[in-house]
Design a protein around this ligand. Structure first.
Ligand code: SF4
Length: 284
């Protein structure tokens, strides 16, 4: 158990968690919507710090990331808990465990240094926070990430993107790659199936890409993809992808990606993706 990051103390020993877009206001003795952050006497605690419920060696393509360290393995870890309640969750037995078992927190005590040591021993090039939802074990993920960086390992998040701006700003300097799972595009779908709202997810995607806070360790492809997608606001203030403007740019990006891939294959210049070569640079 650790004191939580990113929360505010309110009157009457309440706290407000500012980690995800639910921004739960939590009374003393209660937990937030995710079921793993608890107010004890006006201090918010993460109940899942270091309590791993899964740790596996996965291909990076399972995250799924295709142009990030292709062919490598990612040491993948998770605790119980999630800030969503998706009806179609394939990992519900761990993501919803506290809800389904009267708040029970299960998991093996594993220090951040042990995770990094296991990852190195397994020959992994990255550590992935996945299976459940990384923000609900934010403090642990950040501590593991700091050690991973020191040991030359990359960090990967597989996330639903339901982050506050404060959380994504804190996370970005320690993140090498992220897959944000946009599960649908309507508020109705998110409300009825996911138990959340879509707007904060779109905001996170737009913020992380538009502010160029994530660079995939120098990969130009993310920046080019972002530049190819033109997002404008309609008269009601809703953000929308402008298809006509975006498609020609994205077509160009796809053609370029294929051309570079085939050149690298013919000349056999690199063993991995050319996008991983630090000397390879393109401007959008
Ligand atoms: S991380 Fe948990 S406690 Fe914090 S706002 Fe999200 S659901 Fe609520």
């Amino acid at each position: 158990m650790r004191e939580a990051a990113l929360y505010e103390r309110l009157a009457d020993a309440r706290v407000r968690c500012d980690l995800c877009a639910h921004r739960c206001s939590i009374a003393d003795g209660e937990r937030g919507h995710c079921g793993v952050r608890e107010n004890r006497g006006g201090t918010l605690y993460s109940l899942v710090y270091g309590r791993l419920v899964a740790h596996e060696v996965d291909p990076i393509e399972k995250k799924p990331l295709f142009h990030f360290l292709p062919g490598s393995s990612a040491y993948s870890v998770a605790t119980v808990g999630c800030n969503f309640t998706c009806r179609n969750c394939q990992n519900y037995s761990i993501s919803q465990a506290p809800r389904d078992h009267d708040g029970l927190i299960v998991g093996e005590e594993v220090s951040p240094s042990q995770v990094v040591a296991w990852a190195r021993r397994a020959g992994c090039r990255s550590i992935a926070f996945t299976y459940t939802e990384p923000p609900v074990f934010f403090e642990y993920a950040l501590d593991v990430s700091r050690l991973a960086r020191e040991e030359g390992l990359k960090t990967v998040w597989v996330s639903n993107g339901y982050l506050t701006a404060e959380a994504s700003d804190t996370l970005a300097p320690l993140l090498d790659a992220i897959n944000i799972d946009l599960k649908g595009i309507s508020e109705r779908f998110y409300r009825e199936v996911v138990g959340a709202n879509v707007r904060p997810v779109l905001d996170t995607i737009e913020r992380l890409v538009a502010e160029r806070k994530l660079r995939h360790g120098g990969h130009p492809i993310l920046n080019m993809g972002a530049a190819g997608a033109v997002i404008e606001r309609d008269p009601a203030g809703n953000r929308k992808l402008t298809k006509d403007k975006s498609i020609s740019r994205i077509d160009g990006l796809v053609a370029l990606t294929m051309a570079v891939g085939s050149v690298a294959k013919v000349e056999n210049v690199v063993a991995t993706s050319p996008w991983d070569d630090p000397s390879f640079r393109l401007s959008a």
